[in-house]
Design a protein. Structure first.
Length: 345
């Protein structure tokens, strides 16, 4: 089979590799229909984070189940499924409390190999999310939105949930990448009345408005802080902040625009931890981390996509076939795409 392989920073190759096989319990082999490049993939692509050479890449996919291990009971051959980047067992303390991204029973090395013609996933019974019908029942646009449910839409929603967004809230979203834009959708789903997107790019700001942002703040630094505050009651700050960047400076900025008692929901993978004194003096909460996927998909997000209530697939502004996976990475690295989609079947 063909699969995308990391060679060195800035170098992705599509190679012929062995098709994965069932070799344990609670496993499924999936024929991949769509995959995608994540912003976090750019860390090792740019050489910021280390990755072992000649390893399979990708952690976001949807596809059709080809084979399952004998013990699998909830998933069957032929099922069309969302393949999350998480691997929740469904019964540990973390999973039972809604934090499957922190599953206590995840096996090491579980992620990787989603950008391929076939992949293996476990635990199949508790992790995979069934989509009604078959891929042929959906348009390309719908398939793109279903693909976001494997990571980016669930991650944006996780930011909103962790920020404790409530109906009527004023919310700020820091970060206009795919996660931040999906955070706008998440805040709207939870009933936010005013959603302020901090964005410096016209195309991303336009998509943010389409997703539900009521205000765009294009300034940077102190000017951005002042404009956000001016959009809130008594210039006191927003009720919730979705931090979708990961830089320590983004957390610091979140603290400046949050009202006393607000909560910051963070999903940007941090480069460094921020200073916390500012948050203490304003009674601001800071929480977040690795998103859950299976639980929010089953409870809310899949239905919202199927009903046409949300269309997060619009974050994919470039599409590539698997043979051009290297171009998909380059497009995101060079900001020629908000997010790159891989059409595999």
């Amino acid at each position: 089979m063909k699969a995308a392989v990391f060679i060195a920073p800035g170098q992705i190759e599509v190679q012929e590799t062995a098709k994965p096989e069932i070799d344990g319990e609670n496993q499924a082999i999936i024929r991949v229909v769509r995959a995608s490049v994540c912003g976090s993939d750019l860390w090792w692509y740019r050489g910021i984070a280390k990755r072992e050479a000649n390893t399979l890449v990708g952690h976001e996919a949807i596809g059709v189940v080809e084979q399952v291990s004998a013990d699998v009971s909830q998933i069957k051959v032929g099922d069309f499924v969302i393949v999350p980047f998480t691997h929740g067992c469904g019964h540990c303390v973390a999973c039972l409390n809604g934090f499957e991204g922190n599953c206590l029973n995840q096996k090491p090395g579980s992620n990787g190999g989603y950008q391929a013609e076939f992949m293996k996933y476990e635990p199949a019974d508790s992790g995979l999310v069934k989509i009604p019908g078959t891929p042929a029942d959906y348009t390309d646009e719908q398939l793109a939105s279903l693909q976001t449910l494997s990571d980016v839409m669930a991650t944006g929603f996780h930011a909103a949930k962790n920020a404790e967004v409530k109906p009527g809230d004023t919310v700020a979203v820091i970060g206009d990448g795919a996660v931040g834009l999906c955070g706008v959708i998440g805040a709207k789903l939870l009933g936010a009345e005013k959603i302020i997107l901090l964005s410096h790019h016209e195309d991303r700001a336009a998509l943010g408005r389409e997703f539900g942002a009521t205000d765009i703040v294009a300034q940077k630094g102190a000017a951005a802080v002042q404009q956000v505050l001016a959009l809130t009651k008594e210039n006191a700050g927003v009720d919730a902040v979705l931090e979708c960047v990961g830089a320590a400076g983004a957390i610091d900025q979140a603290g400046q625009i949050a009202r006393p008692g607000a909560v910051i929901g963070r999903v940007g993978v941090p480069h460094a931890e921020p200073k916390s004194n500012q948050l203490f003096w304003k009674n601001i909460g800071l929480r977040g981390g690795i998103a859950s996927v299976t639980k929010p998909d089953k409870e809310l997000l899949l239905k919202a996509v199927l009903d046409g209530e949300i269309n997060p697939g619009k974050v994919f502004t470039r599409s590539f076939d698997l043979d051009h996976a290297a171009d998909a990475y380059a497009a995101m690295d060079q900001r020629q795409a908000i997010k790159s989609l891989l059409v595999i079947d």
